[in-house]
Design a protein around this ligand. Structure first.
Ligand SMILES: Nc1ncnc2c1ncn2[C@@H]1O[C@H](COP(=O)(O)OP(=O)(O)O)[C@@H](O)[C@H]1O
Ligand SMILES: [Mg+2]
Length: 266
């Protein structure tokens, strides 16, 4: 059965979407069967995967509201060798409309349970807030992958996310754990980077991925061509980093180096 990972951090601009698209493509490049679920009304992961968010028949909105079967909304990424469950602005309404539905926290879990066997990895791109959509992602997933920039306030925001993860774990999803912490837009010349890295290692130990994603302009350019970076510039530092990350994700999953306990903040 496939692993479902939510890529979450309520802070915007930390590299969630970039990680979701490029990890999906890098896993797919190793012949894993991958589904990317876009759970952000901005639809950036959809567009970055090369799927036009305004031209699709169904989106994750229709799936969450029970208006269509999950598979009906799938779109292949033209250059990515993975499937996309797209999102667009319609999803903003779902956040409110879902509140009056039965099992409002488990809509996504229900939708994915039907297709989970067809994939090795399902990656969920979360919106930049701890709202009902993110609650759905955390309830549906096996683990959370947290991208973060190594800056001073990054750690402050992290405790709110970890509290939410702990709450969801105790109330809705006992399996939930932190799959990994990913350092993004990494700049080793910045002195704060080393301090924050050391603190992350202290809190999270081996949950911190060895791979650091460097600041790389190719990663920022690729989405405007609707391509994952490995299809845009395979030799770029950004592409190499996400290929390395995919290797780490697979090793953690297949060699069972996962640790069951959940890290706690404080
Ligand atoms: N490693 C990186 N190097 C350079 N630019 C990056 C990198 N990661 C992300 N970006 C850019 O930073 C912006 C925010 O990234 P994004 O993945 O959209 O963050 P989030 O989904 O967390 O809001 C985007 O313009 C993206 O292209
Ligand atoms: Mg995003």
């Amino acid at each position: 059965m496939g692993k479902i990972y939510a890529i979450a951090n309520q802070k915007g601009g930390v590299g969630k979407t970039t990680t979701c698209v490029n990890l999906a493509a890098s896993l797919a490049a190793t012949r894993k069967r991958v589904l990317l679920v876009d759970l952000d009304p901005q639809g950036n992961a959809t567009m970055g995967s090369g799927v036009d968010k305004n031209a699709v028949e169904f989106t994750i909105y229709d799936v969450l509201m029970g208006l269509t079967r999950t598979e009906n909304a799938f779109e292949p990424s033209p250059e990515g060798k993975f499937m996309v469950l797209p999102a667009n602005g319609d999803l903003t309404a779902a956040e409110v409309e879902m509140l009056s539905l039965e099992n409002k926290e488990r809509r996504l879990a229900g939708a994915l349970s039907a297709v989970r066997e067809q994939y090795d990895y399902i990656l969920i791109d979360c919106p930049p807030s701890l709202n009902m959509l993110t609650v759905n992602a955390l309830t549906a997933c096996d683990g959370v992958l947290i991208p973060m920039q190594c800056e001073y306030y990054a750690l402050e925001g992290l405790s709110a996310l970890i509290n939410t993860i702990n709450t969801i774990q105790s109330v809705l999803n006992p399996q939930l754990k932190i799959e990994g912490i990913l350092r993004t837009m990494y700049d080793p010349r910045n002195s704060l980077t080393g301090d924050v890295s050391a603190q992350l290692a202290e809190y999270f130990g081996d949950r911190v991925y060895r791979t650091c994603v460097p600041r790389n302009v190719r990663l920022a350019e690729a989405p405007s061509f609707g391509k994952p970076v490995i299809a845009y510039d395979r030799q770029s530092k950004g592409a190499l980093a996400y290929i390395a990350l995919a290797g780490e994700v697979i090793r953690r999953n297949e060699l069972g180096t996962d640790t069951p306990e959940l890290a706690t903040a404080s």
